[in-house]
Unconditional design. Sequence first.
Length: 118
Amino acid sequence: VQLQASGGGLVQAGGSLRVSCVASGRTFSRYNMGWFRQVPGLEREFVGSINWSGSMTYYADFVKGRFIITRDNAENTVYLQMNSLKPEDTALYYCAASLSIPYRWEYWGQGTLVTVSS
């Protein structure tokens, strides 16, 4: 599967932004999907995940209550809705896909840059 993330941009602190990740192919509904982020010079960190059906989500503590992951299997797309953004949320946001459980994130998209101004 090939993944294409988009929707990043500049937003003020406290604002909201939704980034998307579109997958190629006809088997998107088989994949568990995840979002990660990375600040240059730092390690990539897990943001959250959603299972293949959309029935289960999991979030890193630092985004709980602020970020929501959803998916539309008919559109081969997974979304990351980011609310109450903080300057420390500034990063490249990546989507990833996993067929395996536990998730191993075998496939990665390119990052989309989210910049939160104070």
